[in-house]
Ligand binder design. Structure first.
Ligand SMILES: Cc1ncc(COP(=O)(O)O)c(C=O)c1O
Length: 479
């Protein structure tokens, strides 16, 4: 079967999408014509994305207005393109940058391509749920005092799990030292559009921000925005890099999709978000009686701000793994969630979700939870033991011996992964999702990396980055 037929078949199935893209394939929002009818190139009257002076310039101005930014640019390679362009524009080769270590791999790609020297800042871990908390502004200050040559601060907020950092606090401190703040807000294009959600980073003082529109709003996959809102960022350089990292033939179908999304929100955001908020609240009250599964709530867990569009369901108090829950939701209840980690699953919601979707997820969780009661502590003992480690602590172990650029340009040799303790990796290792590297080229491998990454693989998590997907071999720096 070819891809098109398979996608068409899938579109007719009744599996409910609790995952991106945020349009949720919901017809009510997507009365689109045959895409070929509007697929043009830079013909007369249709402007040029990289020298926008007409219809595209006006469309990008509307996006800037919606988000309260000075400039906004369309992204057609997702936030990844914005991250590569934004970081490249804000740095020079070899610069020192302050990076929250839980950034997505696209940030590490930008560091590599620009031969940057990162110093890392680590979020606290929430032991209860096993997820990263936000970045503490006081620690940013300490780092800026300790390293007076930092040229850019790079933070991910919200995280994949929905944790939102204090961007106002971070930006205020950074600006005392004249250092711009880059926020990877890929998961937060819906922030700031209704008071129920945290505000967006642009309004909170960040200098440069990327949004994946496709993750949380009704917009095609690959679409996003890069916002520049500060004189600390050279906008001309940003535009230059956007034209380097993106196709010279940007898709008018995708750009029209962005424009329609912005238009919809400019006209009806409040109304759409009002009914969405009601659905979320109804969902949370419906699942209020869960006994074993736990769902993060913004008001209950005030150790960081949290984006309530993300439904993070923790299995930590149970004898099943996140992967078990993921599979049961799909196979038995026909709910496809966004991701499974060993301790939780994440369901992504948006204004395009329906009552049917929320209800199906809530009913499934309640039923699964009732069955867990009987099973609790009785079976799956081996799985539970294998799960008894904290994934988020793993990347903290890694000592940086050289930059990723130096590592990837060193002589490498392939050795058994099991024997790699103490060696310096020439390859990334990350779980995808969320795509945060557990090891970056140039970091030293510990025995904990070896044991725990093998466990992750055995548990069925997707461990990526190594050329040898079976994880038997790893390429390390030759000694
Ligand atoms: C935190 C974070 N940043 C950036 C990206 C890249 O976004 P995109 O897929 O729009 O390129 C992702 C993708 O999942 C992500 O999770």
């Amino acid at each position: 079967m070819n891809l098109y037929d398979k996608l068409l078949d899938y579109s007719k199935s009744d599996v409910y999408p609790m995952h991106m893209p945020g349009h949720k394939r919901n017809d009510q929002f997507l009365n689109h014509v045959n895409p070929y009818l509007i697929d043009v190139t830079e013909i007369d009257g249709f402007d040029n994305l990289f020298h926008a002076e007409g219809i595209l310039k006006e469309a990008m101005k509307r996006a800037a207005k919606l988000y309260g930014s000075k400039y906004s640019n369309f992204l057609l390679g997702g936030s990844s393109a914005g991250i590569l362009s934004g970081i490249s524009a804000c740095t020079k080769k070899g610069d020192k940058v302050l990076v929250s270590r839980n950034c997505h791999k696209s940030v590490y790609n930008a560091i590599y391509l620009n031969e940057l020297r990162p110093v890392y800042i680590y979020p606290q871990i929430d032991k209860d749920y096993g997820i990263d908390c936000g970045i503490n502004p006081d620690e940013i200050k300490e780092m800026l005092i300790k390293h007076n040559d930092i040229k850019l601060i790079i933070i991910t907020s919200p995280t994949y799990e929905g944790v939102v950092s204090d961007i106002k606090g971070i930006s205020d401190i950074a600006h005392e030292y004249n250092v711009p703040v880059f926020v990877d807000e890929a998961h937060g294009a819906h922030l700031g559009l209704h008071e129920y959600f945290p505000d967006n980073s642009i309004k909170l003082g960040a200098d440069i921000v990327v949004h994946s529109l496709h993750k949380t709003l009704p917009s095609f996959t690959q679409t996003g925005l890069l916002h520049v809102n500060s004189s600390l960022v050279d906008y001309e350089r940003v535009k230059e890099y956007l034209s380097i990292y993106q196709s010279t033939s940007p898709s008018y179908v995708l750009m029209a999709g962005i424009d329609r999304c912005i238009d919809l929100l400019s006209k009806k955001a409040y109304e759409l978000f009002e009914s969405y908020v009601k659905r979320i609240e109804d969902f949370y009250s419906k699942i209020g009686s869960l006994k074993h599964l736990r769902v993060i709530r913004r008001e209950n867990d005030n150790f960081f701000d949290f984006d309530p569009s993300k439904i993070l369901i923790s299995v930590r108090n149970t004898n099943i793994s996140g992967m078990d829950l993921y599979k049961t939701l799909l196979d038995k209840y026909k709910v496809q969630v966004e991701m499974a980690s060993k301790d939780y699953v994440i369901a992504m919601t948006s204004i395009c979700d329906t009552d049917l979707g929320f209800n199906r997820l809530a009913d499934a969780l309640l039923e699964i939870d009732r069955e867990l009661k009987e099973k609790y502590q009785k079976d799956n003992k081996n799985v539970k033991e294998a799960l008894d480690f904290d994934l988020n602590t793993l990347y903290r172990d890694a000592e940086m011996v050289m930059t990723s650029f130096e590592a990837k340009n060193s002589k490498l040799e392939e050795i058994p992964f099991e024997m790699s303790k103490g060696r310096v990796t020439g390859e990334y290792i990350y779980l995808y999702p969320p795509g945060i590297p557990m090891l970056v080229p140039g970091e030293r491998i510990t025995s904990r990396h070896i044991i725990q990454l093998q466990r992750c693989r055995d548990l069925g998590l997707s461990v990526q980055g190594l050329e040898d997907y079976t994880m038997k071999e790893i390429r390390v720096i030759e000694e």
